[in-house]
Design a binder for this molecule. Sequence first.
Ligand SMILES: *[C@@H]1O[C@H](CO)[C@@H](O)[C@H](O)[C@H]1NC(C)=O
Ligand SMILES: *[C@@H]1O[C@H](CO)[C@@H](O)[C@H](O)[C@H]1NC(C)=O
Length: 403
Amino acid sequence: MDLERKWYSLVYLTLIIAFVHLIFTFLFAHKLTLYNHKVRIKKQPELPLRFRSDGTFKILQVADMHYGNGLLTRCRDVLETEFEHCTDLNTTQFLRRLIEVEKPDFVAFTGDNIFGTSATDAAESLLEAFGPVLESGLPWAAVLGNHDQESTMSRRELMSFISLMDFSLSKTYPSDEDSEDSSMHYIDGFGNYNLEVLGALGSSFANCSVLNLYFLDSGDRATVNGIRTYGWIKESQLGWLRGVSNKFQGKCLDMKSVDISPAWLNPPALAFFHIPIPEIRQVPMKEIVGQYQEHAAVSIVNSGVFQSFTSMGNLKAVFIGHDHTNDFCGKLDSIWFCYGGGIGYHGYGRAGWPRRARIILAELAKGDRTWTGVERVTTWKRLDDGKLSRIDEHVLWDRYSSQ
Ligand SMILES: *[C@@H]1O[C@H](CO)[C@@H](O)[C@H](O)[C@H]1NC(C)=O
Ligand SMILES: *[C@@H]1O[C@H](CO)[C@@H](O)[C@H](O)[C@H]1NC(C)=O
């Protein structure tokens, strides 16, 4: 009898617990998921970066957005008739249209993404400035200019925020796996990293990087021997870059299953950073395409960036910003240096000279049956002139004519 009652009590208790559990699940579970909702998980782009099945890979370079507080931030250097209805949102609108029309595979931002002194909250400003690319879901990456850190975040904080944004491939230090490795922290600056673009699916190059994209932090400002000057790329960064460049010469990520001629095993590379190197100002450039309207605002320090670039051998073109009214490409030795030509309406510019952006197209060579490595890199620009005029198209590198 006593045992039977104990048994009933146990059954009742179990039922009560089950009932409470059910009530809890039905009534409160949605609240729990609401809590979960607050945990933001970064949206990843489709990876790896890879050439399309039509053998192309297209990059949109966006230089000097100079974003402030959006609707509240007025445009600079526009025609008097344009001034009244012009804000940061015009920059947003232009970027959105560029993405729609060009359908790039990747967007590269070369610094002064936000104009710190006009941005009340750096995080807000970054989210708005990169808004169109976040909406698009395209993979993208950014480096810093000399103005980004003038708001509420340091350069380190900016890069770490930017690398956590949706679809961003930006990195604060060269490689995520290495970020705990203290040696990486000896590399000057924030935002030095390499991105690999693999060959077309179904080709022997499907597991090989056939194009490397180097991103470098060119700093902000510094005082050297009592003289205020711009930042520069330091020897620690160049040492790292030479190592990366070396790593890719004669190698493929996966050599087991492929039979690749050595001629393809030195993939071309493109570099992206903000402040031009001193040679752009000091040495006459060759084959200029586009407009050279202002002196390059460079550092007084020459740290040997150009020598490093030429010694690497596989760096074919460099994309910079900083001087908004220069939009030319010019050659120094065998390396092209190309300005983006400012996109930002709150950055300085020239009234009547439309804001603009650069497009870079890499194309693969057709092998016997499938795509092989990169054959050619071309570039052009788009103007925010109402028609999105496409201008100054030319070849930057061709495997068969410029080796
Ligand atoms: C800025 O955007 C507004 C609204 O779309 C437009 O009316 C105006 O023409 C644009 N101004 C410039 C300079 O593009
Ligand atoms: C690339 O790697 C994948 C996965 O490891 C493999 O299935 C494929 O055969 C490789 N392709 C080539 C061309 O090596």
